[in-house]
Design a binder for this molecule. Structure first.
Ligand code: GLN
Length: 488
């Protein structure tokens, strides 16, 4: 029995736990052992068996007391951008090496209250800045489908852990694509909800007007279960969390797709999209037509502008958010310095990696007197236009579909440290992020090198239920989400 534990979905594992066919302690031990066995993938940054098993025993006690909840006793691992009391929280940065938070992020707390057991903390690009996990100060996480390739980023460790069956589920965060893109590259399912649906409290801030938490798992059904538990207002702690009550997204999973209008933006098939990705996405769209959906051609004319706009706004917000890492309040402090100013300078020079420093400089530049109007303000105006384009498009369709990324996962080091090559690969995830819309990635086929291809679904505000249903229906008709990398 326990040999197959890691093959179970969150939903199935929850049922077995409830039926007491397996205990939470057994499940936790099984996944911890798999984590150690596959440590070379670099998915985990921190584990603590004693903490995990204590949580598992508490879940078993709740089950024994007759409590029934779908996630009770199911293990999960968290992206290391969420602060946790019981594990160190680094955000993938040397700046926060060994840092212990005095509290849990709201998302972590909510999942724990639902009975989930924390397996550990997962690798990510430093402060969630990146598309390949190569910006982590703790080494890259490797794609289990081909360990010479990147897993995507910034939630790379999360995608690797789920794809390699080291955890049934993981949390991720998505500022400009960091849930959808690694989910796509590792052949798993992930959803970023509408901005404001999940609390940002305790998520180490990158770009506050964009950052949003969400689940990553193997199926849409699992994502529905997890999203139902982690969303909800948090008015005392995150002023941007929306006053929209949590929903049970699993209830919407059986809607018919008959007549669903799927908008396909022509700009998402522009040159630069590789032939293998194009073919997989085309086949996925045909599958939707078989399920009763109608394909509608739409236009998102400012798609290309999403890249410069995002790479102005996100660094601007980051430069402000990251000013707190000054050697006084959190984390690393330089050992040798003269005066206070030198202490700040040395601390930040030593603690931050290259990409983070570059973004702080870009952000400071675009916010500075004389450039603010030329860059930052222009970017904000175009951001609004991008959001308006989506509203225009949603008059013609119910859901938007296209590729998550222009290609499959590239080779480690392939972009040779050229950040612009990484930025360009974010083209299809950034527009939805700038508009604050919910978005998903679902396994939709395989491309070059046998690597997974993800289909992106974008919904209108609060359209999570519709997205999850569309994804679930697709998964009932296909088996891409059930395939697994060899050796895992
Ligand atoms: N790749 C994008 C960036 O580097 C998105 C990252 C994210 O969503 N956290 O900013």
């Amino acid at each position: 029995m326990s040999g197959a534990l890691h093959e179970l979905s969150v939903a199935e594992l929850g049922k077995r736990l409830k039926a007491r066919e397996v205990s939470a302690v057994e499940a936790a031990q099984h996944f911890l052992a798999r984590g150690s066995k596959h440590a070379s993938l670099g998915a985990y940054l921190a584990t603590d068996e004693a903490v995990t098993l204590a949580q598992a025993r508490a879940a078993d006690a709740r089950i024994a007391a007759g409590e029934s909840a779908p996630l009770l006793g199911v293990p999960i691992a968290h992206k290391d951008i969420f602060v946790t009391q019981d594990f160190p929280s680094t955000a993938g940065s040397k700046m926060l090496e060994g840092y212990r938070s005095p509290f849990d992020a709201t998302v972590v707390r909510k999942l724990a209250e639902a009975g989930m057991v924390t397996l550990g903390k997962l690798n990510c690009d430093e402060f969630a800045m990146g598309s390949s996990n190569e910006n982590s100060a703790y080494g890259v996480a490797k794609n289990p489908w081909d360990t010479s390739r990147i897993p995507g980023g910034s939630s790379g460790g999360s995608a690797v852990a789920v794809a390699a069956r080291l955890a049934p589920a993981a949390t991720g965060t998505d500022t400009g694509g960091s849930i959808r893109q690694p989910a796509s590259f590792c052949g798993i399912t992930g959803i970023k909800p509408t901005y404001g649906r999940a609390s940002r409290y305790g998520m180490i801030a990158y770009a506050s007007s964009l950052d949003q938490a969400g689940p990553m798992a193997r199926t849409a059904e699992d994502c529905a279960l997890l999203l139902s538990a982690l969303c909800g207002p948090d008015p005392d702690r995150d002023s941007t969390s929306l006053d929209v009550p949590a929903e049970d997204f699993t209830r919407s999973l059986n809607g018919s797709l008959e007549g669903l209008r799927i908008g396909v933006p022509k700009e998402f098939f522009a040159e630069g999209v590789t032939a293998d990705v194009r073919a997989a996405i085309d086949a996925a769209l045909q599958q939707y037509e078989k399920l009763g959906a109608k394909r509608v051609e739409i236009s998102l004319p400012r798609t290309e502008l999403a890249i410069p706009v995002y790479y102005i706004i996100a660094p601007a917000e980051a430069s402000s958010n990251l000013s707190r890492f000054d050697g006084v309040k959190f984390g690393h402090r330089a050992q040798h310095y003269g005066d206070l100013l030198e202490m700040y300078k040395r601390t930040r020079a030593e603690g931050f990696g290259d990409e983070v420093k570059a973004r702080i400089m870009i952000g400071t530049y675009v916010l500075s007197h004389g450039y603010y109007d030329a860059y930052y303000l222009q970017a904000q105006k175009i951001r609004r236009m991008i959001a308006d384009d989506f509203q225009q498009a949603f008059r013609q369709c119910d859901v938007i579909a296209g590729p998550v990324a222009p290609s499959v996962a590239w080779k480690l080091g392939e972009h040779g440290g050229d950040p612009v090559a990484d930025y360009l690969a974010d083209i299809f995830t950034l527009p939805g992020s700038l508009a604050g819309l919910p978005g998903m990635s679902i396994p939709a086929g395989f491309g070059a090198g046998g690597m997974p291809v993800g289909l992106q679904l974008i919904g209108n505000y609060f359209g999570e239920a519709k997205l999850l249903n569309a994804a679930h229906r697709f998964q009932q008709a296909t088996d891409f989400h059930l395939r697994k990398p060899e050796g895992f």
